[in-house]
Design a protein around this ligand. Structure first.
Ligand SMILES: [Zn+2]
Ligand SMILES: [Zn+2]
Length: 340
């Protein structure tokens, strides 16, 4: 079978390897669709302390090909997706339902081989039956699970005014959840006009081009500021500059991933005096099911979030372009040929 490898930073290729054999509690999955994520680009660029060579890819769906001898809940032929966070469910943190800090954590596509290959294995406890959901839509369960995790921590109240920074696939998922949740006004800001048009078509009340005139637009739209601001840019300067636009008692959700060594300049007095709340959101935790249901019910639209649809052989070129921010929307890879 074919697998996509990053051999070392800035060096990737597709080559032949053996089909993996599932362990006793694992399933073997024929991978049908995989979304390309920022994490994959970071691995390509060498931003993480990760062993190489590595097979990235963690937003995927497929069909079960075979199961290990202790697997009871799945059988060959089932259409599935999986939570790529492999928690031990046995350590002290897992026992406190803080699985994101699992002491024996393994991330699919980081510490263990990921989904950019024709067949892969994963622990049965991570696997979910997707029913009739299309493979492409099911590849978006994982990013939506992360969005729901963040949303659960900073959920808008009815009537809240929300500002979302960044109109990529993640920002546009947040937009839809905020609208569904009863926010009165949702503003989306970006520096790409095309993305802003997409935001408007998905229900954004205002789409703001994020240049030097944006501040004035924010004040016109809501002179008292925003109850909830969701950063999906991961750009420290953008976050620093948006704090004055929080309403009193406003919440700022840090969703985009900033570089680890960066700092922002914020007045602690302002946080105290205006009772602001800064909320972090890292990955997902037990929100996979919720995301799957949202997609099955059509509550979150994802078709318009998909950009290029490519086969595995094209991935070395595409991942490089993606890392250079030259691709649009969510690229989906089909390791066993194009499907819905
Ligand atoms: Zn991802
Ligand atoms: Zn654990």
């Amino acid at each position: 079978m074919k697998a996509f490898y990053i051999d070392k930073p800035h060096s990737a290729c597709v080559r032949e390897t053996d089909i993996p054999v599932p362990g006793d509690s694992e399933v073997l999955i024929k991978v049908m669709a995989v979304g390309v994520c920022g994490t994959d680009a970071h691995l390509y660029l060498g931003d993480y302390d990760n062993p190489y060579p590595t097979i990235p890819g963690h937003e995927f769906s497929g069909v079960i090909e075979a199961v290990g001898k202790n697997v009871k809940n799945f059988k060959a032929g089932q259409r599935v997706a999986a939570d790529p966070n492999i928690y031990c469910e046995a350590c002290d943190n897992c026992k406190q339902n803080k699985q994101n800090y699992c002491l024996d954590y393994k991330g699919l596509g980081n510490q263990v081989p990921g989904a950019f290959q024709q067949y892969m294995t994963i622990e049965q406890r991570c696997v979910y039956d997707i029913g009739s959901l299309s493979f492409t839509t099911a590849a978006l369960i994982e990013p939506l699970s992360c969005v729901i995790h963040g949303h659960d921590k900073a959920r808008p109240d009815f009537g809240d005014k929300v500002l979302i920074l960044g109109a990529g696939p993640i920002g546009l998922m947040h937009l839809q959840l905020c609208k569904n949740d009863g926010a009165s006004v949702v503003v989306v800001a970006d520096i790409k006009q095309e993305q802003l048009e997409l935001a408007s078509s998905l229900g954004a009340d205002h789409a703001v081009f994020n240049d030097e005139t944006a501040a004035q637009r924010y004040r016109e739209i809501s002179k008292d500021g925003f109850d909830l601001i969701i950063d999906c840019t991961g750009v420290p300067k953008v976050i620093e500059n948006i704090v004055p636009f929080l309403a009193n008692e406003g919440r700022l959700l840090f969703f985009g991933v900033c570089p680890a060594d960066m700092r922002i300049n914020v007045s602690p007095y302002e946080i105290y005096q205006r009772e602001l709340r800064f909320i972090g959101s890292n990955s997902l935790k037990k929100t996979f099911h919720a995301a799957m249901r949202q997609l099955q019910q059509g509550k979150v639209k994802t078709d318009c979030l998909i950009g290029d649809r490519i086969e595995l052989d094209a991935l070395p070129v595409f991942l490089k372009a993606f890392a250079e921010k030259k691709t649009k929307l969510k690229t989906v890879v089909y390791p066993n040929g194009l499907v819905d």
